[in-house]
Design a protein around this ligand. Structure first.
Ligand SMILES: *Cc1c(COP(=O)(O)O)cnc(C)c1O
Length: 285
């Protein structure tokens, strides 16, 4: 299973290398696999329950569900209320996580924030609370292993790229690879917000570069530009996720950057439900 493989992709006359963390496993892949690595190595008997919270189509949610199934741990996941349409879908990350045994608890919009902050106070030693998106210093070890694989690959490359949600992956990768530049973009909030999220985990090292995006996009919404880049990448031979990857690739191409190793963080399992939304906007493969 490890080290994950490497691919090449040709785009706009440029060659990029791709670290195929997406291929590590069906559901427990990408940077979520790296972030959960320490928990995966923990003896099953140490915990009996993992609690987390966040988005209803989150890639982290699906990875945690797959981990808990493997470890025979209960997985309690809190979200805001979901629509009847999403409830009835028999595809997408929520559906898949439910089939893996996740206990999904919906909270009223106005209770959500307080309830989630209170989760901390009702834990026992057999329960582990994982912050949204797996943003935890526990992620550092798994990402350090990724960094070592990158080093061992001996590519003639001194820069890697990975898009940021919580920024945990980009931050720990930069800390583990001081001799490389780590490029990222902020998908949730702006660069300032991303910096704050990162600083809550660790001081940001100088080799981490947050690229400014040329246009503001809302997270997890469908955009024609995203769809076009997704399709271009697919035509070039690799399927990427529709939430994070398009903005990272768009920015790399706009900045004219090359000689980069792109970390494929998976998330492709969420594409089916996103493509459904693109279809309703008249954008189809
Ligand atoms: C979760 C995720 C990210 C963001 O990772 P962070 O460590 O939260 O910044 C990027 N790409 C994909 C495909 C993801 O699933």
């Amino acid at each position: 299973m490890l080290p994950s493989s490497l691919s090449k992709i040709y785009l706009d006359g440029k060659t990029f290398h791709v670290k195929r963390d997406d291929l590590v496993d069906t559901f427990l892949a990408g940077n979520k696999f790296r972030k959960l690595y320490t928990l995966l190595q923990t003896p099953n008997s140490k915990y009996n329950k993992i609690i987390s919270y966040g988005g209803t189509q989150s890639n982290a949610m699906l990875a945690i569900a797959a981990m808990c199934k493997k470890k025979e741990w209960i997985f309690e996941y809190y979200t805001k209320r979901i629509s009847q349409r999403v409830k009835e879908q028999n595809f997408g990350n929520l559906y898949l996580a439910n089939t893996l045994g996740m206990e999904h608890i919906e909270l009223e919009e106005d209770l959500y924030r307080d309830y989630v902050s209170s989760l901390n106070f009702n834990l026992n030693e057999k329960t582990f609370l994982l912050d949204q998106g797996g943003a935890d210093s526990l992620a550092q070890k798994g990402i350090a292993i990724l960094a070592q694989e990158i080093r061992d690959a001996n590519l003639d490359i001194k820069a890697v790229a990975t898009p940021s949600g919580t920024g945990t992956t980009a931050l720990f990768l930069a800390l583990s690879l001081p001799e490389y530049k780590v490029y990222t973009v902020a998908l949730i909030g702006d660069s300032e917000y991303l910096k704050q999220q990162m600083q809550a985990l660790h001081k940001i090292p100088d080799n981490l570069v947050i690229l400014e995006v040329s246009k503001k996009y809302h997270f997890a919404k469908p955009y024609k530009e995203y769809f076009e880049i997704y399709k271009k990448l697919l035509d070039a031979g690799i399927e990427f996720d529709l939430l994070y990857a398009p903005l990272m690739w768009k920015t790399l191409l706009e900045e004219g950057l090359e000689n980069i190793l792109y970390i494929h963080s998976g998330g492709v399992s969420g594409n089916e439900s996103m493509l459904e939304r693109y279809k309703t906007k008249g954008l189809d493969l």
